[in-house]
Design a binder for this molecule. Structure first.
Ligand code: NAD
Length: 478
């Protein structure tokens, strides 16, 4: 396949950059598949100026008119699902079967959901004896999204849909590791009727990310990324007092009680660790199993895990795709070696994998660590690969207190048939998202986001829309 050049998309055009290119590598083979031109600060200035102009007209439309175009975007995404999913595989190395059934549809759902909200979003009204008052939600202006590499399409859509619904212009800086699908999204949004300047793509790494944070005409940044990056972006945005939403990392617990549906709990633990080769921020990488079922549970997980098919992410039979890069693969292997050194036992996996059908790629065996305790690094640090740490517990109180003993708070899962316990623990667990007898399901009407050091602000739901607006109060003396 020819090596493509990827350029920033400014006002509907791909624009050449004076800066040196960098390579985009296909994670499943290690081949260079594109050369990426990072945007210069001047290009960012141009994009922001186009965005400012386009946003004024966009905000002047009635909500239902914006909604109609967002609905078209959703349909266009669905119409191009296969092509977009295949490109997402080239970007991330994740399974095509996942991209086509989850990533792109969830992007389309976000546009459907926020299209409906655009048409119906409204303020409040108030009355006193000699005055009336009302509020309106006004857009912020130009908003930017800075993305992680694990869900490029979903991250772009989850941020752009509420931003556009509220009447803002949106600039996306995808991760430098996954630049491919952003340009296709810009093309598709244009086909769907979105005017130029409302969704633009700025390529590059943290250098242009810093320029986005410092830009005085960008009103808001929504980041999906690591905790350390979140702290930097918050500091970098302070000078211009930007609004900031931070979707950061986690180390979520899954609490498996002896009264659970056993088979469902085993499968949920595996999915909550090995889906997208473990590169999921909300993954439940600390699996707490009640003592009485621990041995049987661990055996069942080992049996299912050792048979998972690793390899070419385009093949329907494949269950574990590639990690994003060789650097990340080495990082995940390093975590496993450290866990071993600290006394963890590798129940299954633990090594780099070399599938026959996808040579040169960055693959790792799905790994289960047993014999873990709460102070080990593998239990405390986000690994962001297919590595599960198993812990055991005796009582509910113990499980909750150990689950909460963590600086992160993105997700938490509870496997139980006891409905009172489910509600009690949904209240007690410190996380933005709680799943009972399921995991990682995020329909667009429910907010998604973290507490503690997993960040603040929410994707999805009315809360995301609110975060792309400001409230204005009008008082009228009668
Ligand atoms: P990362 O933090 O390295 O990079 C994220 C983005 O920030 C990239 O686009 C990068 O170019 C940019 N960036 C880095 N430094 C910057 C700076 N100083 N100023 C401006 N921009 C900067 O994260 P990653 O490695 O791409 O993704 C993995 C991380 O993302 C994991 O920690 C994971 O948990 C997290 N994540 C969170 C969610 C969520 O919704 N909470 C979802 C997916 C991933």
């Amino acid at each position: 396949m020819p090596v493509k050049t990827i350029r920033s998309v400014i006002h509907g055009q791909e624009v050449a950059s004076p800066l040196p290119v960098f390579d985009k590598i296909y994670p499943a083979t290690g081949e260079v598949i594109a050369k990426v031109e990072p945007a210069s600060p001047q290009m960012l200035d141009e994009a922001v100026e186009y965005a400012r102009q386009a946003q004024k007209k966009w905000a002047a439309l009635a909500g239902h008119e914006r909604g109609r175009i967002l609905q078209n975007i959703a349909q266009t995404l669905r119409d191009h699902n296969e092509a977009l999913s295949a490109l997402e595989v080239r970007d991330v190395g994740k399974l095509y079967s996942e991209a086509v059934s989850a990533d792109v549809p969830s992007g389309a759902e976000a546009f459907e959901f926020f299209a409906a909200l655009a048409a119906t979003y409204h303020g409040t009204s108030h009355k006193w004896s000699d005055a009336i008052g009302y509020t309106m939600r006004v857009p912020l202006g130009v908003c930017a999204g800075i993305g992680a590499w694990n869900y490029p399409v979903q991250v772009a859509c989850w941020k752009a849909a509420p931003a556009l619904a509220a009447g803002n212009a949106f600039i996306l800086k995808p991760s430098e590791e996954t630049p491919l699908t952003a340009n296709m999204l810009a093309d598709l949004f244009k086909i769907a009727g979105l005017p130029d300047g409302l969704f633009q793509v700025i390529h590059g790494d943290h250098h242009i990310g810093q320029a986005i944070c410092a830009h005085r005409d960008i009103a808001k940044i929504s980041l999906t990324g690591g905790v350390d990056t979140g702290k930097l972006i918050l500091a970098q945005s302070a000078q211009t007092l930007k609004k900031v939403t931070l979707e950061l990392g986690g180390k979520a617990p899954l609490l498996v009680f002896e009264d659970c549906d056993f088979d469902l709990a085993v499968q949920t633990a595996l999915d909550a660790n090995f889906y997208t080769a473990g590169e999921v921020c909300s993954n439940a990488t600390r699996v707490f199993v009640q003592d009485s079922i621990a041995e049987r549970f661990i055996d069942a997980m080992r049996e299912k895990t050792k048979n998972l098919v690793i390899g070419d992410p385009m093949q329907p039979k494949t269950q574990i795709g590639a990690l994003i890069s060789d650097r990340h693969l080495q990082n995940v292997l390093g975590h496993i070696r450290k866990a071993e050194a600290q006394g963890a036992h590798i129940l299954t996996g633990g090594k780099q994998a070399f599938p026959q059908d996808s040579q040169g790629g960055f693959f790792i065996e799905p790994t289960i660590l047993t014999g873990c305790h709460d102070e080990m690094d593998c239990v405390r640090e986000e690994i962001f690969g297919p590595v599960m740490s198993v812990l055991t517990f005796a009582s509910e109180e113990e499980a909750v207190s150990r689950a909460n003993n963590m600086p992160f708070g993105l997700g938490a899962g509870i496997m139980t048939r006891d409905i009172s316990r489910a509600h009690r623990l949904a209240d007690a667990l410190e996380a933005g998202n709680i799943w009972v007898n399921s995991y990682n399901l995020i329909p667009p009407g429910l907010p998604f986001g973290g507490s503690k050091q997993s960040g603040f602000g929410r994707e999805g739901s009315i809360y995301a829309l609110e975060a792309y607006t400001e409230v204005k109060a009008v008082y009228i003396q009668l």
